[in-house]
Every structure is written in C-alpha cells, then in structure tokens.
Write a protein that binds this ligand. Sequence first.
Ligand SMILES: Nc1ncnc2c1ncn2[C@@H]1O[C@H](COP(=O)(O)OP(=O)(O)O)[C@@H](O)[C@H]1O
Ligand SMILES: CC(=O)OP(=O)(O)O
Ligand SMILES: [Mg+2]
Length: 405
Amino acid sequence: MTGTDATRVLVLNSGSSSVKYQLLDMSEGERLAVGLVERIGEETSRLVHTPLRDGEGAAREKTGPIADHAAALKAVAEELAADGLGLDSPELAAIGHRVVHGGLRFTAPTVIDDEVLAEIERLVPVAPLHNPANLLGIRTAMTLRPDLPQVAVFDTAFHTTMPESAARYAIDVETADAHRIRRYGFHGTSHAYVSRAAAQLLGKAPEEVNVIVLHLGNGASASAVAGGRCVDTSMGLTPLEGLVMGTRSGDVDPAVTFHLERVAGMSTDEIDTLLNKRSGLVGLCGDNDMREIRRRIDEGDERALLAFEIYIHRLKKYIGAYYAVLGRVDAVVFTAGVGENAAPVREAAIAGLEELGLVVDADLNAVRSGEPRLISPNYARVAVAVVPTDEELEIARQTYALVRD
Ligand SMILES: Nc1ncnc2c1ncn2[C@@H]1O[C@H](COP(=O)(O)OP(=O)(O)O)[C@@H](O)[C@H]1O
Ligand SMILES: CC(=O)OP(=O)(O)O
Ligand SMILES: [Mg+2]
C-alpha cells in the first residue's frame, strides 16, 4: 500500500442487525468516538453515539427507524460530522470493516477492490446473516470516501491455521472439495485478540500458552489456541455449528433437517430460518438475552432454567473437548457480552471441573470490571479469566498496519 501520514481509522463491525463502530487515532492509540446502531430494519432502531476526550464522553441517543446498514452508516457519518470528526477529514487513513466469511482465500487483512467485493459476495450463502450486512457497509463507505483504502478484516482468518483433522468434515472428499465444504470458524478477530491478552494477563508470551477462549455474545463460539495458533473452533462452514447461541441452535444431528423436510414438509429456507433465527435460547424459552433469562430464573421460571441448563451443558462439553485437544491448558477465558457480564454462566460452566484443575472463586467472579482479570483462586492449576474483547481495536490495528506500510 501507499504510505500515509493520516493516523485515524474508522472501524465498522456490522452484525446481522447492528453496527458497532469506533474512530481511533492510531498514533496515540486514542479512541475519538464509539457507538452502536441496533435493531436495524425495525421501527425501533437506536443509535448511541459517544464522542470521547481522554476516554471520557457523554452518549447521545437517537431512536427511530433505520432501514438498513447503508442508512445506518450515513447516520453514523452525520453524528461524527457533528463532532468535527466527519468522514471527509484528511486525517482519516482508512476504514476497516469486519467481514465475517472470507472462505479459504483470505488469511490476512485485505484492501478491498472490485474483485475482493465479488469474493465476499460469492460467500453470502455461507454467511447469510452477516456477509450481506458487511457488503452494504463497505459499499456505502466507498461512496462516502471513494479515495480512501477500505480494508476487510476477516473473522475466518485466525482459524486458517487449523489442522486438516479439525477443519475437515468426515464426508466424501470429492463432494466436500467441489463445494469448498469445510470448517472455517468465525469470531477469529476476537479469539486472536483475547488469546493474546490472556497470555499477557498470565505474564507469558502467546507462544508459551495454551488457551480455551469462550466468545459468548449473541453468536457464540469456542476455540482451542495452542501457542498463539488456533487448532480447533466450534463454528464450521457457517456460524451455525457449535455452542447454543441467542437464536441459533449450534450442533444438531444433520438428519434433523432431512426429517423436517420429509416429515414436517418444511422447505430448506424455512429450516434455515428455524435453525438460525428461531432456535438457541430464543427457541428454547422465548428470550435470547441472558439478562432476561437470569431474571426469569430468579422468579422460578422452569423454561428459562432449562434453556440455561442446555446452554451450559453444551459449553461444558466444548471445554472438555478442547482440554483434550490441547492436552495441557493454561487458561480458560470468557469474553463477549455474556462471557464478560454473566457471572452465573461462568460459575455454572466451570462447576464440577476441579479434577481438570478448573475452579472459580465466587468473590472474584462477582467483580464487575472492564479490565482483563483472573476469576480462579491462586492455588488453581489452570487459570480462569475474563478478558473483554475489542474486535474494533484489533481491526483498527490490522487496518492501520496494512495502509501505513
Ligand atoms: N449484564 C449482562 N448480563 C448478562 N448477559 C449480558 C449482559 N450484558 C449483555 N449480555 C448478553 O450479551 C449479548 C450481546 O453480546 P455481544 O457480544 O454484544 O453480542 P453480538 O456482538 O453478537 O451482538 C446479549 O444478547 C446479552 O445476552
Ligand atoms: C459470526 C457471528 O456469529 O457473529 P456475531 O456473533 O456478531 O453474530
Ligand atoms: Mg459480536
């Protein structure tokens, strides 16, 4: 890339119905603005924008319909302009975009051109909730600043180190290869950032530690990271495999789909919607927000309790599986909305694993903080930690490193 003197990076993390964004100055590592647009496509969309000075700032909130990710980015651009941080600023060096599916082709951050856009588009069928939103964000940013490098940072990139034994499904090799069917894994930017931060928390280099990362947001995935390299992760061809999520089933017997087609007469699209949007916690108990589920459990709600137990059972299975995959584990790390905030989830997931050297200290687990922290007692053989993820910072770093060279 051409070198640049500009030092600011705008990062867009477009999810299926939300955009998280940050404007950072990479010369001083300072955050200039952060924000979120949520419930995109609904009547009750909400934009929360916070301009920052020395890390402090007052949030501004706007509600009202925002039709799609293009409208969302335009609204964000207006908010930034109101603070003198508009997208027309010559100090802006690049815009970094989270792109969920990069297939096999993208193993590193990439400057986006027409050909890269076409490849992200080609991958829409394997990330139907995410890649279309990412594309809309990129195309809108390109019309707002056609002269600026737009950089894609892929969720799948960190997982490309997985050995074939973990990345391949045990299905006919010719069919799998013809259709590029394999396990790609997602949330890689978060798994990379959090596993590195966990090593730092332990006072070690990433190469020295084996870590199990549990990224528990609305989408959720686990990964086994050996010496800084991903060796297994719970999501697969699409972000549907693995853990129980807010609205996604995670692992099911694939025969469930044929059964629903043959016996319940459901179409492929209906089954797709069922497993991606009407399953997981919402399918089990009607709520996908862990705060609401805990509140209902406290009131004695049986359905919410069962949903919680199913969520925890799956999580525990993956901790055990990745313990076995890694052989030796230095830390189990919780991150993302649920992992960072829901102490009962952390407690329940680790309960009963003392034989594996895993213990949670109740007082440490109850602490609320935005800092990386240990929640296991000093005597524990394996550390249990909470490390807040920062996908936006990681995307900004990777984007800036690429355009600065
Ligand atoms: N205080 C809290 N207690 C329990 N769960 C929480 C809390 N805050 C957020 N969450 C959970 O975090 C989820 C969102 O996590 P996040 O990582 O932001 O997800 P995503 O990036 O997929 O939108 C919410 O759906 C909610 O279940
Ligand atoms: C890949 C994925 O599931 O992302 P999110 O958790 O943002 O939905
Ligand atoms: Mg997320």
